[in-house]
Design a protein around this ligand. Structure first.
Ligand code: SF4
Length: 452
């Protein structure tokens, strides 16, 4: 006999429990088991007035944001709709079946206002890292660092040449992102920095980039510092998508990790972009082994002698050329942080090897980085077993980026400015750590506080 659906959607009373409708192995149930936001109200209380109408619960908004970044719903309007309709999302946010979901406008107001002022997203991220540490997921021995380009919320067709004078005082440029850009501008221009080729009017903090073989666009660098044991992200930082800024972020993140968690790695793995003399020397000063291939462009491809064909004698501070002649330096450090070692015109003029050494010049010059000792040290580590292990472990950062883009749908930023990019990156990193913690550590869920 054919059955007919006999239901009454207009019923007033239901025997229904949200708890019974979220499967035991649902990702959000596993994340809820390791997430504790019990400290949040106390931390945010100085940012709320003690009088007036009660606000939307900040814990509810943070939980909603975590749901959004977990399932690739980053539009606040859509997130509010999804939480309204999805039982598991409601359960995770501790909303009852009849509770109202906050309006999306309240949401963005808090994100740009008191959440940012209280740096609450960084606190949530750090709390999750501490829980990972408590669960034994952080070894603290070997770290890896890398950066990935994230497209900014800025049209690539609306840039202006970096050499143009822009009158930022015009009312149409009075935006949050432009104010942040102007605040971050150096009063003293740094000679090591080139003028950007193109600047975005809508998000001037982003960089015009064609990195990672992508089409040219405005973007931010998502920088992750991870612990190699279980690929827990111990710090995340937003920079313009430029190699220079990404390398500078290494120092910021290593210092901050040490200060916030007392974690200082014994070795750091990274790709060649981080293998500059300056960066390697800083790591050596910190007592961190640089498991990083050296950035070296001294190899010549035209058949003439490369720098490696010349031998350096540190005790005399000279190079000896393949013909046994001496190259000396005046000791003057040039703008690219190098010293020049020069052969004599007399020696080179009569040298039988001149055609293979300096065919178009009267004498040979050899540049040497002032931090060449650090580069030599990094080279000496390159053939070792621990270096090979670090090289393999470094892939874990790339896998985190791939997971973020493919599975969490994070390809383009929604918020502008460094603060916006940092907020988004911290949320993404928090969710990735929570997923890992939920998978690898079974911590009993915190008790749900009763309503008063
Ligand atoms: S050309 Fe000058 S620097 Fe080069 S091998 Fe001859 S003497 Fe040495």
């Amino acid at each position: 006999m054919m059955g007919r659906l006999a239901s009454d959607q207009g019923k007033f009373f239901y025997d229904f429990s949200l708890e019974d409708h979220v499967p035991g192995d649902h990702l959000l149930r596993r994340i809820a088991g390791v997430l504790d936001l019990g400290w949040l109200h106390a931390e945010l209380s100085p940012f709320y007035s003690h009088t007036g109408r009660p606000s939307v619960d900040p814990e509810l908004m943070i939980r909603m944001l975590l749901v959004g970044y977990c399932f690739g719903i980053r539009s606040e309007r859509r997130l509010c709709d999804e939480v309204h309709l999805n039982l598991a999302y409601r359960w995770f946010c501790r909303l009852g079946l009849e509770d109202r979901v906050p309006d999306h406008s309240t949401f963005s107001l808090n994100r740009h206002g008191r959440f940012r002022e209280a740096r609450v997203l960084r606190s949530v991220f750090e709390e999750v890292v501490r829980r990972c540490m408590g669960a034994g997921l952080v070894g603290g021995e070997g770290f890896a660092i890398d950066a990935s380009v994230m497209e900014a919320d800025a049209s690539r067709y609306k840039g202006v040449p970096g050499t143009d004078e822009i009158d930022w005082s015009e009312p149409r440029y009075d935006t949050r992102a432009a104010r942040e850009y102007l605040d971050a501008l150096d009063p003293e221009p740094n000679p090591a920095r080139k003028t950007p080729k193109v600047i975005s009017i809508s998000d001037p903090c982003s960089a015009w980039t064609a990195k990672a073989n992508k089409r040219v666009q405005f973007g931010y660098g998502l920088n992750y510092l991870i612990d190699n044991k279980h690929a827990v992200i111990v710090d995340a930082e937003a920079t313009p998508a430029r190699t220079y800024d990404e390398v500078v972020a290494t120092k910021t993140m290593i210092d901050r990790t040490n200060k916030r968690f007392g974690l200082k790695p014994r070795r750091l793995a990274a790709d060649t972009a981080y293998g500059t003399g300056k960066s390697l020397a800083w790591l050596m000063e910190q007592g961190i082994e640089p498991h990083i291939p050296v950035w070296d462009r001294s190899k010549r491809k035209d058949g003439t002698f490369s720098r490696a064909d010349f031998t350096y004698y540190p005790e005399r501070d000279v190079y000896l050329c393949p013909n046994g002649k001496t190259l000396k330096t005046t000791g003057k450090v040039l703008s690219d942080n190098t010293l020049r070692y020069l052969a004599s015109t007399h020696d080179c003029g009569v040298c039988p090897m001149k055609a293979r050494c300096c065919p178009n010049m009267s004498f040979r010059r050899i540049p040497r980085d002032v931090n060449e000792y650090a580069r030599d040290y990094a080279r000496s580590l390159a053939a070792t077993e621990p270096f090979e292990t670090s090289r393999r472990e470094r892939k874990k950062v790339e896998m985190l980026f791939a997971h973020l883009k493919r599975h969490m749908g994070f390809e383009r930023l929604r918020l502008r400015g460094f603060s916006g990019a940092n907020d988004e990156f911290l949320l993404a990193a928090t969710v990735q750590n929570l997923r890992r913690l939920a998978k690898l550590a079974a911590i009993p869920p915190p008790p749900i506080p009763k309503a008063v």
